[in-house]
Design a protein around this ligand. Sequence first.
Ligand code: ATP
Ligand code: MG
Length: 405
Amino acid sequence: MTSSTWDGEPASAAADANSPAWAVRAAAGRRLAVAAETPEAADVLHRLLLDERDTGVVQATAEALLARRDVAGLRVVLKALSRAEEFEVADQLAAEVHCDPRRLSGEPGAEEFVQQLRALATDTDEGVREEARRLLPRLPTTVKEIRLDNVSYTYPGKESPALDQVSMTLRAGQTVAFVGVNGSGKSTASRVLAGLYDVSDGAIRWDGVDVTAMNSESLQSRVAMALQDPVHFPFSALANITVSRGTLTEADPHRALAAVRASGAETVIAALRDRWSAVLSKRFKDGEELSEGQWAKVAVARGLYKDALVLLLDQPTASMDPRAEHAVYQAVLRGNRCGDQITVLISHRLASVVECDTIHVFERGRIIESGSHQDLMELGGEYAEMFTLQATGYASATAPGTGPA
Ligand SMILES: Nc1ncnc2c1ncn2[C@@H]1O[C@H](COP(=O)(O)OP(=O)(O)OP(=O)(O)O)[C@@H](O)[C@H]1O
Ligand SMILES: [Mg+2]
């Protein structure tokens, strides 16, 4: 097996199994393999595939498990592959087992595992579709405008759409906010933008080119996401940040430093005994665990480090203290990021999005209001009501006697 077919990196960079990029992923995979049967490791594997689309580490985990003849661990990997519909990785794993069936023979549960693996690997409809997409042209390396035209998305098994005829234009260099009550469709919109879901209806165009006519991996490589519930990679602090960018051979210490400064993760790393090389998992000897707010800072740094054309921040600051959240938003809104980046902020704390160029208000899968903070306050609609409610809450808390009785 070669790494080039698995990890989604350009063949030239990934083909060398001795490259530092591959070595870091292999080490991470070996660590994950040790803990593969625990719920935490299963969760990391799922999210590596679903949120980060990092098949390289999952491949390395599978390899380590195969070498240990650990069928139970391999079943956890298989479940993650199945959930993320990663047919190509399943196919590679099946080929590996097929080439040398003795590798697992005699292990309890091996036969059933191999059958399930083959069933996933030969899931032709999706497999063929993915393969076809891989052959499509790659997206350009710059973008001036991303347009959503009447985009709808319905989750499998659901009757009503989570996104219903949403249209918007995102322009290079702009900061855009999605706000709205729980379940209104903000995260779904960001996932559709990131290419994690195919739209059910309508179109997304990058400079006029429909993304369905483009290679989906290239789309994902042009978008960075930081989520409220980030993946906790059991890697070193450095790898936790640089893993967001395909090849670790190109890991850039200056950019990593800039990213941790902007996200507030610099002080988190400075407090670790082994600093950048500290392994962030208590499961490992000398490993260290972070708090949720500290993980959030690392996750934001990972998103900033990627320096992608689009940066999506889906409430990554929810577990941060107010000072830390303020610092992150200032860094994102005012920092000297690449000037053409499109930034999408999702937050329930409206004070954080006041300075955004455009704010879209979501309600039941639709956009009901759009404009700058000023526009929306003048409009006197849903946004103005939500903003006033929050502002009044703060005012009454800080000035006793001046708020409502
Ligand atoms: N994975 C999923 N499977 C099925 N339905 C989903 C899934 N994720 C979200 N939904 C549904 O889609 C709708 C929109 O959800 P979404 O997560 O986009 O809301 P949101 O605006 O991000 O909410 P929040 O503020 O709570 O994060 C909701 O009705 C939700 O129940
Ligand atoms: Mg959400």
